[in-house]
Design a protein around this ligand. Structure first.
Ligand code: FES
Length: 339
């Protein structure tokens, strides 16, 4: 939507809030969703966290930390705040990502509102409180006493912490589970846990994988880059830790994509999240073309909460997955040496 904003107020966030737009993380720089195209506004460090160099050059900016010096036309890609209303039989989802988490209230498969918050360090009490407190905040806003079902999904590390001390994710793996909410102190009647295929691939990765076409490769950016092939019979995965994301990590990711190309002949590559710049640069140099895609996890969670067929589909996808340790693959080692 094209907007011409007046010179006052100078704060772009205030100006957009006056127009009715919603800042999902409250302007804390966590969600990367307050997207606008405004080439006249100089980019900030926050923009470099969420956009590629090419997007920044095209004028993409995040609105929450910007000021405007005068009247200007901007293209706004944000959503308007929902009108306050009472919900009657909602469900909630807590999608716990490596860096940001999304807590949403859903009715009949429609996401009514999502709160985006920074994910704390994997710790049982902190994760449960993040999901529980924010769900209650949404209940209060929409006049709900309690939701019937709450979906909780996350990376394997996060789910292990969410389950609590001594939990073994393999107890909950492969097929989705619905359990009593009191088991995790959640403010709902029951908790639906989508499948957790293995120690590299949690329910969050599974929901993202469901969002790309069959025969494609998914790259998940973040603290650990994960690469997953979605094929007819298999969905192998590799996680490459990115503690510092320098030249050697960039070569490892490049060699992994080449390896997957040789093994599975994928059609397209989809990137969800942001790759560290040395990796972005290495892929660009090697002519690897990918499409960037918004995270599909919360939308898929909403679908799973409203349609049992969808849950069966997730179970089937999870059963095709196996963990692939690239460091044990000789061919990947060879490609790494060549890259
Ligand atoms: S509102 Fe979340 S990054 Fe701007």
């Amino acid at each position: 939507m094209k907007l011409t904003l007046s010179p006052t107020p100078k704060n772009l966030r205030e100006a957009l809030e006056i127009e009715g737009f919603r800042f999902p993380c409250g302007g804390k720089g966590v969600c990367g969703r307050c997207r606008v195209k405004a080439p006249l506004i100089p980019p900030t460090a926050l923009d470099y966290r969420f956009f590629s160099e090419a997007e920044i050059n095209e004028g993409m900016r995040l609105a929450c930390d910007k000021t405007i010096g005068g009247a200007m036309e901007i293209e706004c890609y944000m959503q308007k705040a929902p009108a306050p209303r009472k919900l009657y039989d909602p469900t909630v989802s807590a999608v716990l990502g490596g860096t940001a988490s999304e807590i949403s209230i859903i009715e009949d498969g429609d996401i009514i509102e999502t709160l985006v918050l920074p994910t704390p360090k994997p710790d049982t009490i902190k994760l449960r409180s993040l999901a529980g407190k924010n769900a209650v905040e949404l209940y209060e806003k929409y006049g709900v006493a309690k939701a019937s079902t709450m979906l909780v999904a996350g990376t394997p590390e996060i789910m292990e912490a969410f389950f609590g001390r001594g939990a073994d994710i393999s107890d909950y793996s492969r097929s989705g589970d619905t359990v009593e909410a009191s088991l995790f102190d959640m403010p709902s009647e029951e908790v639906y846990l989508p499948p957790i295929p293995n120690g590299y691939m949690g329910s969050l990765e599974l929901l993202e994988l469901d969002g790309i076409p069959e025969g494609s490769l998914l790259i998940l950016g973040g603290k650990a880059v994960k690469i997953i092939y979605k094929g007819e019979t298999v969905a192998p995965i590799s996680a490459l830790p990115m503690e510092k994301a320098g030249e050697s990590e960039a070569r490892a990711v490049y060699a992994a994509i080449k390896y997957f190309g040789e093994q599975y002949d994928f059609s397209d590559i989809y990137l969800v999240g942001k790759l560290p710049s040395p990796i972005e640069a290495r892929l660009q140099k090697g002519g690897i073309i990918y499409k960037t895609q918004e995270s599909a996890a919360t939308a898929r969670a909403a679908a799973a909460l409203s349609d049992n067929k969808f849950k069966t589909r997730l179970d089937k996808l999870a059963r095709k997955a196996y963990a692939l340790d690239l460091s044990e693959e000789e061919r990947w080692q060879e490609l790494l040496a060549l890259s």
